[in-house]
Design a protein around this ligand. Sequence first.
Ligand SMILES: NC(=O)C1=CN([C@@H]2O[C@H](COP(=O)(O)OP(=O)(O)OC[C@H]3O[C@@H](n4cnc5c(N)ncnc54)[C@H](O)[C@@H]3O)[C@@H](O)[C@H]2O)C=CC1
Ligand SMILES: O=C([O-])CC(=O)C(=O)O
Length: 311
Amino acid sequence: MKVTIVGAGNVGATCADVISYRGIASEVVLLDIKEGFAEGKAMDIMQCATNTGFNTKVSGVTNDYSKTANSDVVVITSGIPRKPGMTREELIGINAGIVKSVAENVLKYSPNTIVVVVSNPMDTMTYLTLKATGLPKNRIIGMGGALDSSRFRYYLSKALDKPSNDVSAMVIGGHGDTTMIPLTRLASYNGIPVSEFLSQEALDKVAADTMVGGATLTGLLGTSAWYAPGASVAYLVDSILNDQKKMIACSVFLEGEYGQNDICLGVPCIIGKNGIEEILSINLDEKEKALLAKSADAVRNMNADLKSVLA
Ligand SMILES: NC(=O)C1=CN([C@@H]2O[C@H](COP(=O)(O)OP(=O)(O)OC[C@H]3O[C@@H](n4cnc5c(N)ncnc54)[C@H](O)[C@@H]3O)[C@@H](O)[C@H]2O)C=CC1
Ligand SMILES: O=C([O-])CC(=O)C(=O)O
């Protein structure tokens, strides 16, 4: 199975590294616009093969889309990341043009591919990819919920002082500092509601920390995070390529689900060889419904800025 990752920067290269290390795909092509950069990242990753014991073939190319031909999955991470103090939404001006041209280029050589959109503002970039390419909705997946949910589980595990892998929890809504919705009511520690162990005050703090999880890392690192984002993309790609049917919160085009239309927003999905195989409709309480509607309004406002790019 072949995966192309466009953008060989922090997130793209980390994703290539995790995919090869875990043997998720037989071939990974890294593509970047910066001369020699993807080639260098690919060579560095390939030189891990003997010491970590993988057989994936990783190659890098400078803007040569012919080398990406017949990819099963294409991941788009090209674009700029935010700096401390910025929101993801502020990246739209530069990233929209990049994402649109990249999506068009990859489809020329891989017309049947599934596209995973990572560049920010991710929900709007996913919507843009869908509108610009006209691909069916099951083949355009926005990655944000996998990452936000893993951060939610991290903060819950810290509050519980128990291992992250014993915690189950999901974040839905937009992938933004104010638009994501950690579903605290449904989070559990080995099947027991976390509210059995944590006060409402502690749970509120976990939710607030999760929402600004990306901003916190950006403040610490000077640019946005890459290890967990790269691993989250690889987790999603694994579920597609190996038809694992995992339930993952993904940004997907909604047509009536959760009362929303003409928008890409994070909701629980079943991910398999056909991409988005099912959108799960879970019962939200009134407060969660209101938060989702508010989140959708904010993402829709952002999408309105795409008019000139889509014209
Ligand atoms: N959805 C999510 O959960 C996450 C999204 N992101 C987003 O992912 C994007 C990438 O982040 P990083 O890897 O940290 O940035 P980075 O700056 O390290 O890498 C981006 C790469 O894209 C390349 N690039 C720019 N224009 C291109 C084009 N037209 N064609 C091919 N390559 C091009 C650049 O040369 C650079 O190497 C950002 O927009 C960031 O906000 C980052 C983390 C998580
Ligand atoms: O915070 C950012 O800008 C990058 C991102 O989406 C994340 O790490 O969640």
